[in-house]
Write a protein that binds this ligand. Structure first.
Ligand code: DGY
Length: 321
């Protein structure tokens, strides 16, 4: 009998078709709406494989509801939505999609940094709202990127890809990471520094760490107070790394100059959230990896991980085995 797979979001037909030959597939049929929790708990009852998104919390409750579950394949590189320890205790393989989204996420990080530094969204709104009456010397002036110091917190694949872009813009690059990366230092010209030194010395701070409890609110009031008054903070990793209340205070009181945020502690962020009232914040709805080609590659890799893990052959990007 064919093994059963549940897919928690509507995926392109070609990707589903590839799995259909070998498995019995069921899928949440909405593209823009996340699967309700109670439906997920019901749907996983008799499955061996689960292909999920970062919008689903896959915890012990889900695993208890799915006694036959062998593989959880996350269509994301980050997997903080999955209780990996609980999965490992149950001998469930957890997989993610590293590599395929590195360059696209680095592009978006750089784009957000430039948009925030040069106030692109504010400037565009200024024009559209009929406020542009004349050119004037200091109108909508921002921060230079070329020649500035970029501090990258988390120097993995995406951090290094951002550093390569920054080198092309003539930036001075610092990084903080658990371990030093001499090869990447040689390739990008980045220099290792302790976290507080990165915070003190950088004009731009780009957060690119994977989220775990350990780094929850790593950037809080104390860290924000170390930054330059002219600093621009960019978060394209996970919202929970930054204490949003402290960030709001720092931006409101102009302790730092601006922030560009693609991720939030609670997603989607409430449209009435205080951060969204500030002119010096550029916000995006978690679109770091959102190019057509990259999202297709992520879906394909997530499907391959699930397939290969269940059939027991081929490469599997496992995070726990
Ligand atoms: C990830 O993959 O973890 C991103 O946040 C979404 O692409």
């Amino acid at each position: 009998m064919k093994e059963k797979i549940y897919i928690t979001r509507k995926l392109p037909a070609g990707i589903v078709k590839k799995l259909e030959g070998e498995f019995n597939i069921d899928m949440w049929d909405q593209e823009e709406e996340a699967i309700p929790r109670e439906v997920l708990l019901e749907k996983v009852k008799d499955v061996q494989g689960l292909l999920c998104m970062l919008t689903e919390t896959i915890d012990e409750e889900v695993m208890d509801a799915a006694p036959g579950l062998k593989v959880i394949s996350n269509m994301a590189v980050g997997y903080n939505n999955i209780d990996v320890d609980a999965a490992t205790n149950r001998e469930i393989v957890v997989t993610n999609t590293p590599g395929v989204l590195t360059e696209t996420t680095a592009d978006l990080t750089f784009a957000l940094m430039m948009a925030t530094a040069r106030r692109l969204v504010e400037a565009s709104d200024y024009l559209r709202n009929g406020k542009w009456e004349t050119w004037s010397p200091m109108q909508l002036t921002g921060m230079d990127i070329h020649g500035a110091t970029l501090g990258i917190i988390g120097f993995g694949r995406i951090g290094q890809a951002v550093a390569k872009r920054a080198a092309g813009f003539g930036m001075n690059i610092l990084y903080y990471n658990r371990s030093q990366k001499p090869d990447a230092e040689r390739e990008t010209g980045a220099r290792f520094a302790e976290l507080n030194d990165v915070l003190r010395e950088s004009d731009f701070i780009s957060i690119l760490l994977p989220y775990s409890e350990e780094v929850h609110h790593l950037i809080s009031a104390k860290e924000l107070s170390l930054m330059k008054k002219t600093a621009v903070l960019i978060n394209t990793a996970r919202g929970g790394i930054v204490d949003e209340d402290a960030l709001y205070d720092a931006l409101k009181n102009e302790t730092i100059w601006a922030a560009g945020l693609d991720v939030f502690e609670k997603e989607p962020i409430d449209p009435s959230h205080p951060l969204l009232t500030l002119p010096n914040v550029v916000t995006l709805p978690h679109i770091g990896s959102a190019s057509i080609a990259t999202r297709m590659k992520m879906a394909e890799l997530a499907a391959d991980n699930l397939h290969n893990s269940l059939v027991g052959s081929g490469e599997v990007k496992s995070v726990n085995y």
